[in-house]
Design a protein around this ligand. Sequence first.
Ligand code: B12
Length: 204
Amino acid sequence: MEEIITLMADLEEDKLLQQLKERLDAGEDPKALFDACQEGMAIVGKRFESGEYFLSDLIMSGEVFREVSEVITPYFAENAGGEPKGKVVIGTIIGDIHDIGKDIVVTLLQSAGYEVIDLGVDVPVERFVEAVKESGASVVGISGLLTVAFPPMKECVDALKAAGLDVKVMIGGAPVTAEVCEYVGADAFGTANDAVEFCKEWIG
Ligand code: B12
């Protein structure tokens, strides 16, 4: 997997997609390949923080990852048809436009058989409430990468409660900790893999 990690980290789009297609067709585990790409993304983040990568590289990494998801998702075995196991509303909270992590959560949830209503980025609190009412979803996922995103995340949880909606709320994003989770009043926080485990526990 080292080669995949390096190609993702170096933003070698064409070579990466070519390799992925060949290896998937050869029967390699899509989950392992996806995890390797996530590891590559983590390296991209570190290179940005150290000043080696610029904003344009970050934006490029998001585009590459989207293509990676499009190539890999159809190969996830659990994705092969059938009734959705349950509905999840997800979005990046108002004021925040980071969506790479959220999109990974969406991909993994869909691959695990859940119907996902993705509200996108910079989503107002009321939109989460409306979407739950419209869809009847039983889980809400809120993503936030900026510290300033925490108060609106809390407002969102409060608004869902005030509307009397019986939903479980999970939150995520690199800076989210147990303390943030407690402050926001969410039921759980974690990684994209954790999101799938939470939904298995809450919805089945
Ligand atoms: C890529 C990136 C960008 C890209 C975003 C592209 C995109 N389409 O998303 C761009 C260039 C646009 C960007 C812009 C900005 N960014 Co930025 N960005 C990053 C960076 C380097 C990586 C984020 C990322 O995608 N990581 C990879 C993904 C896979 O990780 P993740 O998002 O954490 O997601 C994982 C988990 O957290 C989880 N997860 C995510 N969401 C959810 C939701 C649920 C429900 C669950 C369960 C799990 C979950 O699942 C994922 C996989 O496990 C981070 C640095 C960092 N260390 O995070 C800074 C960072 C988040 N950005 C930062 C800043 C300051 C900004 C800007 C304000 C910069 C500016 N001056 O304009 C703007 C913000 C604009 C706005 N209003 O949102 C700061 C935030 C600081 C803070 N404390 O608030 C950081 C931490 C960088 C830094 N060290 O300063 N950024």
